[in-house]
Design a protein around this ligand. Structure first.
Ligand code: GLN
Length: 264
């Protein structure tokens, strides 16, 4: 469905086909007012997914509200990459221990838990409100995930440490760039987007502590922003005891996901 169809079918509580079958019908005063107010909101830049209260990600629907970042299509590459690694571990007879830092709506951790039954999945976020949404999504999709509040590795408890896999789509937009982006972004939690002056604060923080939380040969899977690859490579090489072993490009040919392995 396109945006207009989604909005109208949601507000009028009907399916797509009924919209067209009944297109000659006039809206009642109440429905008319509701449709106009929703359209005004959307035109002002308020994201469609917040109006609908849900977003699609990796073939599933997730609840979203203003406390969480709206899942992005390119983040599916992060899931695909982590999933491949998880499946390889399972093929070796291992039960993957995975940690996600900054889970937001929980869409990454939940997609992985669904695709890798038996994996131990821990997901953290600094925002209790975001965790509320993530837990609801966890129940909706019937997965067992430990959602724990904390600030990256300052999270207690962190069960199943050390991990085979640490996954993160951290905030990576440079602080000064956020206001220049599309209007929808202004409605999303700044905390989930703002990566500090150069956008790389969270990469430095995570890379600095990551090795201690990874098993031998464990890997870190990061989503990264446009043009950040070289700087992040430097951060990982500089004393982080991590070596990049894979780089995956997105649909726009931008290096979007990196895999770094713990070196001895
Ligand atoms: N990909 C998001 C955007 O460009 C940013 C997500 C993030 O900072 N992790 O809007």
């Amino acid at each position: 469905m396109n945006e207009a169809e989604l909005l109208f079918s949601r507000v009028l509580n009907c399916d797509r086909v009924s919209l067209y079958l009944n297109k000659k019908d006039k809206l009642g005063a109440q429905s008319g007012a509701l449709v106009s107010s929703v359209l005004r909101k959307r035109i002002s830049g308020y994201p469609l997914q917040y109006i609908l209260g849900k977003a699609d990600f990796f073939g599933r629907e997730f609840l979203v509200n203003e406390s969480v970042l709206i899942p992005r299509p390119e983040t599916e590459i992060l899931v695909e990459t982590a999933l491949k690694i998880g499946l390889r571990l399972k093929a070796k007879g291992l039960r993957p221990d995975m940690l996600e830092l900054g889970t937001g709506s929980g869409c990454v951790a939940i997609s992985l838990a669904k695709e890798l039954p038996g994996a131990n999945v821990i997901a953290t976020d600094i925002s209790e409100k975001a965790l509320g949404v993530a837990r609801k999504n966890g129940r909706l999709h019937n997965v067992k995930i430990n959602f724990v509040q904390g600030n990256l590795f300052n999270t207690h408890p962190l069960p199943f440490t050390p991990y085979h896999l640490i996954i993160s789509n951290p905030p990576y937009i440079p602080s000064g760039e956020i206001n220049k982006l599309q209007p929808e972004i202004a409605y999303e939690p700044r905390q989930a987007l703002d990566g500090g002056k150069d956008g790389l604060d969270y990469y430095r923080r995570i890379a600095g502590q990551c090795s201690a939380y990874l098993k031998e040969e464990g890997v870190l899977v990061f989503e990264i922003g446009f043009g950040q690859y070289e700087e992040i490579e430097k951060i990982l090489q500089k004393g982080a005891k991590l070596q990049i072993i894979d780089v995956i490009r997105d649909y726009a040919d931008i290096r979007r996901v990196i895999v770094a392995q713990k070196v001895k």
